[in-house]
Design a protein around this ligand. Sequence first.
Ligand code: SF4
Ligand code: SF4
Length: 92
Amino acid sequence: MEEREYEKFLAQRESEYEALCRRCGECCGASGEDPCSNLVGDRHGRYFCKSYSTRHGIQRTISGRTFMCVSIRDVIRSGAYYHGCPYGEAAR
Ligand code: SF4
Ligand code: SF4
């Protein structure tokens, strides 16, 4: 496979991986008392990150507590589990 085709293949796989997210917001604290300040919900009950492209690194919750936002792969590897999250279910 040529380099450009391989990059296209990787982008496609990444896009498929991202599309698995159910937008429940649980990994960002949606049902907790102090969610991430970047988390926004829509009228259908789906959640989005308003800083998605720059999310990784130090972030703040709505109360001002700082924490490190890491990829869902790392969250799952650390042992966290969110019911119904496709990434966690696949790793079980
Ligand atoms: S817990 Fe899983 S499905 Fe829910 S928002 Fe996070 S990554 Fe997406
Ligand atoms: S910065 Fe991280 S924890 Fe906060 S909403 Fe975005 S993805 Fe979720």
